[in-house]
Design a binder for this molecule. Structure first.
Ligand SMILES: [Zn+2]
Length: 330
């Protein structure tokens, strides 16, 4: 089945308002004031410069900031793999403009056609460039598609609110091709797909077998605090354990620089374990949400961009459930 478009026109109902409010809570962030990147805004040029990190493997490393009009939503890592008969794209970026510019960046590297666009999960910075690619190439886990079907419109509206004009013309396009765990050969390139969960209900990691490059999606953040709007931390920790057993040579996290060791996995695990413990102990001690929001992030996580802001968001996302669990165990 080919990709289909969600209706983007406003549903003039309380549902639309409720979903928009939900998105606000999920991806809260403040628009930045004028910045050095302001010049980029006038041309809406993401200046995508693919870096070759292995034979046929390219990455586009986004910033580790929050969404803002200065960065146009380019806070994400995308990548592509050039097989001998076609190109596999991993994540399509935050907007139609990004998707179009990614296509041009790919075309500057190879004349081969894009044969597959993988969405690692349903978050807007990973999927909203889909529209720039042939619908039949769009692929994801079934859970990613259904989450996008349910939440795509609210996530899209929130991106318009946070990044403005960069989003012009962007619509949510659902991936029509269902992916599953295991080997996949496409464009005469062998991939191994890992079906995980924890950052969202459906997270995909992709190993390029020839080069040992692991695209970890948002299961792994590196020197950037993990975001948790759809997180299940227990599942996420299990997913990290699974990825640690993958014999990769280099690792492309969803956010942050490329690594050649498992340090990003260890860092993500350490932060999530601390977050889980902090929320649980706070709830057990009967702290209220305001008291939790005042907690400091330990100095050892000082190298993680956005740590203080993400911790506060995580308290809002996850503390009510921690409080319920503490009540039940009393
Ligand atoms: Zn994400």
């Amino acid at each position: 089945m080919i990709g289909s478009r969600l209706p983007v026109r406003r549903r003039s109902s309380r549902v639309a308002i409720a979903t928009a409010l939900a998105a606000l809570a999920l991806f809260a962030g403040l628009p930045a004031a004028s910045s050095p990147a302001a010049a980029q805004q006038t041309s809406f040029d993401y200046r995508l410069a693919p870096q070759r990190i292995a034979d046929g493997v390219y990455v586009l490393i986004g910033s580790t900031e929050d969404f803002s009009p200065a960065n146009g939503g380019n806070i994400v890592n995308a990548g592509f793999i050039v097989g001998s008969e076609g190109v596999i794209v991993i994540d399509s970026g935050p907007s139609l403009r990004y998707g179009e510019q990614l296509r041009r960046a790919i075309a500057a590297v190879t004349p081969l056609p894009v044969v597959l666009v993988i969405n690692t999960h349903h978050h807007p910075d990973h999927v909203l460039g889909n529209q720039a690619f042939p619908p039949a190439t769009l692929a994801a886990l079934p859970g990613t598609r259904s989450a996008l079907e349910t939440e795509g419109e609210a996530l899209l509206e929130n991106m318009y609110r946070l990044t403005g004009e960069w989003m012009r013309g962007t619509e949510t396009v659902l991936p029509g091709r269902a992916l599953a765990a295991g080997p996949l050969e496409i464009g005469r390139r062998r991939l191994e797909l890992f079906v995980l969960a924890g950052h969202t209900d459906a997270d995909l990691a992709v190993l390029d077998v020839a080069t040992g490059t692991l695209f970890a999606g948002d299961i792994v953040f590196w020197n950037r605090a993990p975001t948790t709007p759809h997180a299940d931390i227990a599942q996420w920790l299990q997913a990290l354990e699974r990825l640690e057993r993958v014999p990769f040579k280099q690792l492309v996290p969803g956010h942050g620089p490329v690594a050649t060791d498992a340090m990003p996995i260890a860092q993500t695990r350490s932060y999530l374990a601390w977050l889980e413990r902090t929320l649980r102990e706070g709830a057990e001690q009967g702290l209220d949400m305001t008291e939790m929001l005042e907690q400091e992030v330990p100095a050892r996580f000082g190298t993680l961009d956005g740590a203080a802001a993400e911790f506060r968001r995580s308290v809002i996302h996850l503390y009510p459930a921690a409080e319920r669990a503490a009540l039940r165990s009393r």
